[in-house]
Design a protein around this ligand. Structure first.
Ligand SMILES: C[S@@+](CC[C@H](N)C(=O)[O-])C[C@H]1O[C@@H](n2cnc3c(N)ncnc32)[C@H](O)[C@@H]1O
Length: 883
């Protein structure tokens, strides 16, 4: 369990996590029950509560805290629950009859006032499956609840907002007087969980098993209705009474995530929702003869066929290509009547007048001019549309102002008018950004500038334009693309809502863009000042403009964000294994590098001096530290290890699993985030210094240099001189980031490593490995402390004895002697000799002292021990109940 896990989990260590830790709750989920109980007050009056799926026991702790003292609390979970005072727990699967029998055994003929269920199964696999098994688990818990609940009792359950949600609520409503779904504040918004509090259990005499059968509840709700004729106490399912049907919902049907969907090419071509098909299917197949013919057509390029084979791997660009292909094919097939086809179909009668050559030329010129003007207008309008769309998105706070410039770039690229590597273009794009930055009115609403308004007005009369075939197709493609953009935006929005981390990522990305952008502006200014540097500066502007936008083409724009999405779409367990400092922010990677290379590169004078200081700092660390030093460093490391996000079982993967269900186990040993280096918050130098201070500079290179210094093989001056090299005076400011990145990877100072250095490091490592573990050290210290305390106590008692006047001096001396012996022996507790006796017949006769055993004895028969304990527990429980 390393820092990685801790780091990943850190974002989740919210106020409830801390509160849980402070208040000694085993899981932050304890607050969910506290908040639910605050709202509905079911615990204070409950005499018996059953908690299904209770591990590690957060809810049980809450129940034990809020329920009356002599109440019965039973907790069940697949995994054993560490003992909690006043709580009976056992390990069982709540879906089994074994569990039911165990509960029955504990409950006898009692009824529970409250049944709780916070179960979360199989977390970590596909969500849709989780949701389903979660719903099943809910139904299983309901099954137990209806068996054990008292009339008027309360059932609290966690439900996922899945397609089964309404069915479950419907079933609850048949069995309880009041059913309310609520999300306590401590339940994370990103979590799909919701808690349903079902009060006033109706306790019907007969419940149709179909109500508790997942097959019926989730698949065929229409067959489940209350028999109106039956008594109020009967809940019965009438088959095929279509009282309530499962509502059709948008989104994916159950199992869609796992099914491989193939759609026929003809269905895709003829569909009115081609984008929907692309989004929901895995493959477009060409099976029929007609479809096979399509494959032979010129418009069906090999990449189209390739794209059709696996839709799930395609990017936006590929989807667009498929949509374009579909349109072209439809036109070929005559499904879309293009202007060309109309022309073909309509008999055109042209009355041709005789014209002289000059008139013909001037008419031709006029026509060409009109066409050119119309084209320019269209282009302007299109650019305007894109801009308006972006502005709308800005107003909805869906994008940052920077994006406008980028979309402009996209638009211009689409038109094929400008080249991204063109300096003029870069400057124009900068101007666009500057201009757009001022386009807000006093209220902060985004305004169009004059040009835009003009364009917008000009657009009015464009309906009359007659588009040629190519343009018409273009428009269709654009409409589809716009739809695709819209669908994509909606998807991003959904993602954003679902994952709060996404927002953080996005804002980081924007920040990085802004920083690059400032760099661009600065360079732009420099550029205008120094003519001589123009070409280089210009290149830089273009590069930085590209970097600022990260991607200048439409497609790459999508692909990048897609990559990020893919990241988001990965199962959380995979994501969590990544360090959170591994972000898009280039500064983070820099920091990582700085940390990973304890000996920094002497890239310039300043850093070479730093390098020397580090080396000298390392000299002091050369000796293997003494025990005390070692212990403290060991403890520090241990703390760090312990602070690295653990769960109750010390199993991070388990913790992670819980996390996906908005469930987090709180470590109970007081360890915290100490020792964690927060790469995001600290500045580089501070981070470096802190790291050096903490870990020392015991890299092999550092030790070699230090040894060379100590053995006088080199001098300080020599070392400093070595620090200067051809890279020392390089100014990083003017270099493109890709270059710096490459350089940092491949240029490394080659500092010779000596055998002695390696030996010293190994020795240190061995010493570290041999150090006692923290717990042993602590136990020893505790023992010492207790002995000292006992001795002090004995001294005090001895003083008391001496000052007593009632007893003789001899008696005093005897008592003092006894006390001192006792005090001195404290901490040296002689190990009691354990004598093992195989008590014959003990297996048969459990009761009483086994034959031939004198004095104090302990039974070590584990089976018998358990049985005895269980017996005692039962006796205790019965006693309590009788009270
Ligand atoms: C979110 S945790 C419960 C946390 C608990 N309420 C608390 O506050 O500590 C979900 C638990 O459901 C348990 N669980 C899942 N499926 C189960 C099943 N079929 N039977 C019993 N327990 C189950 C898991 O072992 C897990 O401990």
């Amino acid at each position: 369990m390393g820092k990685t896990a801790k780091k990943t989990g850190k974002g989740r260590l919210d106020k409830y996590y801390k509160l849980a830790k402070e208040q000694g709750f085993r899981a932050r989920s304890a607050f969910k029950l506290i908040q639910l109980n605050k709202k509905y007050s079911f615990l204070e009056t409950a005499k018996c509560t059953i908690d299904l799926c209770a591990a590690p026991g957060g809810w049980l702790q809450v129940a034990s805290k809020y329920m009356p003292t002599n109440s019965l609390i039973i907790g069940v979970d697949l995994v054993p629950i560490k003992p909690i005072p006043r709580v009976v727990t056992f390990a069982a699967d709540i879906t089994t009859t074994h569990c039911r029998n165990l509960l029955r055994g504990e409950m006898k003929d009692w009824k529970a006032d409250v049944v709780l269920h916070d179960g979360a199964p199989n977390v970590g696999t596909a969500w849709i499956q989780d949701a389903f098994t979660q719903s099943e688990l809910v139904l299983m818990s309901l099954k137990l609840a209806v068996e054990f609940l008292i009339k008027g009792g309360t059932f609290v359950t966690k439900v996922f907002r899945s397609v089964d949600y309404n069915n479950l609520i419907w079933v609850f409503n048949q069995l309880f007087g009041k059913v309310e779904a609520t999300k306590p504040p401590s339940s994370r918004n990103v979590s799909a969980e919701i808690f349903v509090v079902c009060r006033d259990f109706l306790a019907p005499k007969f419940i149709d098993p179909k109500f508790l059968d997942p097959k019926h509840v989730f698949k065929d709700l229409s067959s489940l209705t209350i028999d109106k004729g039956s008594s109020a106490n009967d809940v019965q399912a009438n088959v095929f009474h279509p009282e309530k049907k499962r509502r059709h919902r948008d989104g994916y049907a159950d199992g869609d995530y796992t099914l491989f969907k193939t759609v026929e090419a003809s269905a895709f071509v003829n569909s009115v929702d081609p984008i929907g098909i692309l989004g929901s299917c895995n493959k477009i197949s060409f099976e029929s003869d007609e479809e096979k013919e399509w494959l032979k057509m010129d418009i069906t390029k090999p990449e189209i066929k390739l794209n059709c084979d696996d839709l799930k791997v395609l990017g936006k660009g590929d989807f667009k290509a498929l949509l374009r292909w579909r349109l072209a094919l439809r036109e070929e097939l005559g499904l879309d009547v293009s202007s060309k086809n109309t022309e073909d179909a309509t008999e055109v009668v042209e009355v041709v007048e005789e014209k002289d050559e000059e008139t013909q030329i001037s008419e031709e010129l006029e026509r060409l001019n009109a066409e050119a003007a119309a084209r320019t207008k269209r282009e302007r309008r299109r650019a305007n549309e894109i801009k308006t769309r972006t502005i709308q998105r800005m107003q909805l706070q869906m994008t940052a102002p920077l994006d406008i410039g980028l979309e402009q770039t996209d638009a211009s690229l689409n038109m094929g008018q400008e080249d991204i590597f063109d300096l003029e273009h870069a400057e124009r794009s900068l101007r666009n950004r500057n201009r757009l930055a001022f386009m807000t009115d006093d209220d902060g609403d985004v305004l169009l500038n004059d040009d835009d308004e003009e364009d917008a007005n000009a657009g009015d009369d464009e309906d009359e334009e007659i588009l040629d075939e190519e343009e018409e197709r273009q428009r269709k493609v654009e409409a589809l693309e716009a739809e695709l953009d819209g669908a994509y935006d909606a998807y991003v929005d959904r993602l954003r809502e679902r994952d709060s981390k996404f927002k953080v990522k996005e804002s980081r990305k924007r920040l990085a863009q802004k920083e690059e952008w400032h760099g661009v502006r600065k360079n732009g200014a420099d550029d205008s000042e120094s003519e001589g540097e123009e070409s280089e500066g210009g290149w830089d502007i273009v590069q930085k403009a590209k970097l600022a936008g990260e991607d200048s083409s439409d497609e790459s724009d999508f692909d990048d964000s897609e990559a990020e999405e893919d990241e988001d779409e990965k199962p959380k367990s995979v994501k969590k294994n990544k360090r959170s400092i591994e972000t898009q922010d280039p500064r983070d990677s820099k920091r990582r590098k700085l940390l990973s290379e304890l000996v920094p590169k002497p890239a310039n004078k300043a850093s070479s001096i730093w390098f020397q200081q580090d080396v000298f700092a390392g000299v002091g660390e050369l000796d293997v530290p003494d025990d005390e030093e070692m212990e403290s460093s060991g403890e520090e490391e241990e703390e760090e290890e312990e602070g690295s996000g653990m769960d109750i079982d010390g199993d991070q993967s388990n913790d992670d699993d819980y996390e996906t269900d908005d469930f987090e186990v709180v470590p109970q040993d007081g360890s915290d985030d100490e020792g964690m280096w927060d790469a995001e918050g600290e500045d580089e130098d501070a981070a470096k210094q802190a790291h050096i201070k903490k870990h020392g500079l015991l890299t092999a290179e550092a030790v070699s240099i230090a040894q060379a210094l100590v053995n006088r093989q080199t001098t300080k001056t020599q070392l400093i001189n070595d620090g200067f090299n051809r890279y020392s005076l390089n100014s990083k400011d003017d270099l493109p980031s890709w270059f710096l990145e490459e350089e940092s990877k491949h240029y490394k100072p080659n500092i010779p490593i000596t055998k002695e250095a390696i030996a010293a490091l190994r020795a240190k490592q061995r010493a570290l490995d041999a150090r006692p573990i923290k717990k042993i050290a602590e136990a020893k210290a505790r023992k010492k402390y207790k002995a000292a305390q006992k001795f002090e106590k004995a001294m005090k008692k001895a003083e008391g004895v001496i000052s007593t006047t009632d007893i003789s001096e001899r008696e005093k001396a005897q008592q003092v002697d006894k006390l001192m012996k006792k005090g001195a022996s404290a901490g040296k507790s002689a190990k009691k000799e354990i004598k093992l006796v195989v008590a014959r017949g003990a297996n048969k006769a459990v009761k009483g002292r086994p034959k031939g055993v004198k004095g104090r004895y302990t039974m070590v028969d584990s089976r018998m021990k358990k049985e005895l304990r269980a017996k005692k527990r039962k006796e205790k429980a019965t006693k309590k109940r009788k009270h």
